[in-house]
Design a protein around this ligand. Structure first.
Ligand code: PLP
Length: 373
């Protein structure tokens, strides 16, 4: 990333924190397999266990409940396939790694702000005696909308269901207390909080079922075979410890939204009626396709995503905005701006300036038909 660029795409991946880089460098230089009994192996084991304590502490779990994985996607797949329940209910705004992990999942609707309909969840659970697992995320990756996790946990428990929460976007941004909130399984990803990509964790509360069809060694207490990614795990631990201080950027996010709506009063903030992560804004530029916005802002040195960015890197259709009832024409104009640990106020001002320039330019050309000046 060039020093002149402004990076406001932390929900895609957050730049690595210096403490995480240092921890990784040390681990790589030291080497060692945590399963080896000699001193080098024991030192590698110590790094893994120190990181396990830090990750557990970030979300109020016990170290023994942490299973290191290759990321949030693997954590989601591991529990959805290994929880021993075939009846699975997922919210309509889950990440693809939840929605696609198992076939035949029942989809719980959300309201216009993207908040899960807990009444519908209750009714759906009551419709069958079959033991179920409910999967509802902590915070949405496109809109930042926070889900009523405690209510969902209470309803799931009341119906004898297990509860999984994908907290990949919430961890390190808002407080999470696995035990206090009644969560049975929780997914985490290091690269969303300033650690490296390719490492994450599943927190599986003591006593909940967790089977795996992965064959190999007895690593991670037989829950995830394969030699541990010691450097990645050490980086994850360091980032988790740093992220425990939280992320206080909501004033900048609110200032940004106010300014963009002053420039274009018809600009729409998706999920604005709900509680949201303080770092995320999913906002439309009226009459301008998200693809055009992303490219123009990139030329101005600003990195953001379209609301509907998909993993192939293309601007796709947003299942999240669709589930919220947003018309396709409006969804196609949605930009996702996400702040993070190294955001400074100058970044926000540069984005506002570039967004204004683009809006004025497009308004004056025939490229679009803006709804407001
Ligand atoms: N869950 C959510 C909500 C996400 O936003 C992401 C990544 O964007 C994932 C899961 C997948 O995490 P990973 O990239 O570590 O596989």
């Amino acid at each position: 990333m060039s020093p002149a660029s402004v990076y406001l795409d932390h929900n895609a991946t957050s730049p690595i924190r210096p403490v995480a880089l240092d921890a990784m460098g040390e681990a790589l230089r030291a080497g060692g397999n945590p399963s080896s009994v000699h001193r080098v192996g024991r030192a590698a084991r110590a790094r893994v266990e120190a990181a396990r304590r830090k990750v557990a502490e970030l979300v109020g779990a016990l170290p023994a409940e942490v299973v290191f994985t290759s990321g949030g996607t693997e954590a989601n797949n591991l529990l959805l396939r290994g929880c021993g329940r075939t009846r699975i209910l997922v919210s309509a705004v889950e990440h693809d790694s939840v929605r696609r992990a198992v076939a035949g999942a029942e989809v719980v609707p959300v309201d216009r702000d993207g908040v899960v309909d807990v009444g519908a969840l209750e009714q759906m659970l009551a419709a069958s005696q079959e033991p179920a697992l409910v999967s509802v995320m902590f915070a949405n990756n496109e809109t930042g909308v926070l889900q009523p996790v405690r209510d969902v946990a209470r309803i799931a428990r009341g119906a004898g269901a297990l509860f999984h929460c994908d907290a990949v976007q919430g961890a390190g941004k808002v407080e999470i207390d696995v035990h206090g909130m009644g969560i049975d399984y929780l997914s985490l990803s290091a690269h969303k909080l300033g650690g490296p990509a390719g490492v994450g964790a599943l927190i599986a509360r003591a006593g909940v079922p967790l089977a795996t069809d992965r064959k190999g060694g007895g690593q991670e207490s037989y829950r995830r075979a394969g030699t541990e990614n010691v450097a990645g795990i050490a980086g994850f631990g360091a980032a988790a410890e740093a992220a425990a201080d939280g992320l206080d950027v909501v004033m900048w996010r609110d200032h940004l939204e106010r300014e963009l709506q002053r420039i274009a009063p018809a600009a729409r903030v998706f999920g604005a009626g709900a509680s949201r992560l303080g770092n995320t804004s999913c906002i439309s530029m009226p009459g301008v396709k998200a693809e055009t916005q992303v490219m123009a802002l990139d030329l101005a040195g600003i990195c953001v995503s379209s609301g509907a960015a998909c993993s192939s890197g293309k601007v796709g259709h947003s299942a999240v905005l669709e589930a919220m009832g947003v018309e396709p024409s409006s969804a196609a104009e949605a930009l996702r701006i996400s702040l993070g640990w190294n955001t400074v106020s100058g970044d926000i001002e540069r984005l506002i300036g570039a967004w204004r320039d683009l809006y004025i330019r497009v308004s004056r050309s025939d490229m679009s038909c803006p709804q407001a000046a």
